[in-house]
Design a protein around this ligand. Sequence first.
Ligand code: CMP
Length: 138
Amino acid sequence: MSNRTFTMIKPDAVKAGNIGNILQMIYAGGFRIVAMKYLQISKQQAEKFYEVHASRPFYGELTDFMSSGPIVAAILEKDNAVIDFRTLIGATNPAQAEEGTIRKKYATSISENAVHGSDSDENAAIEGNFFFNGLERF
Ligand code: CMP
């Protein structure tokens, strides 16, 4: 069972002033913050992070959006972290997200969907390593 996942609070949610509300939901969901930073990534860094989606039609839009403003990146810890965090954030498309999920509350569209959550233990490790070194984890 995995105990760590990686998340980003995306530029739409940061702009809307929802960092605090989203962190509160993350804590209420039982997650501990292992690492966290507030930063803006370049278009090139967004392309690298989302490389797995390079052939998708939305890749250009996604990487423009993710480099358009500051984000909060974090590594989170909890038993069963990857799956439980995906439950907490809800479906990628907020129109399909369950009541009480972060995306139901704060996402506005499939592209501007407030938060990212890793989809596997392997990707959680890769994504966490993209943003954080060993000295930045507690
Ligand atoms: P995320 O969890 O960050 O992982 C990949 C992202 O691609 C996803 O959230 C969405 O923001 C985005 N995405 C997925 N499908 C679409 C789509 N059809 N149109 C635009 N963006 C999409």
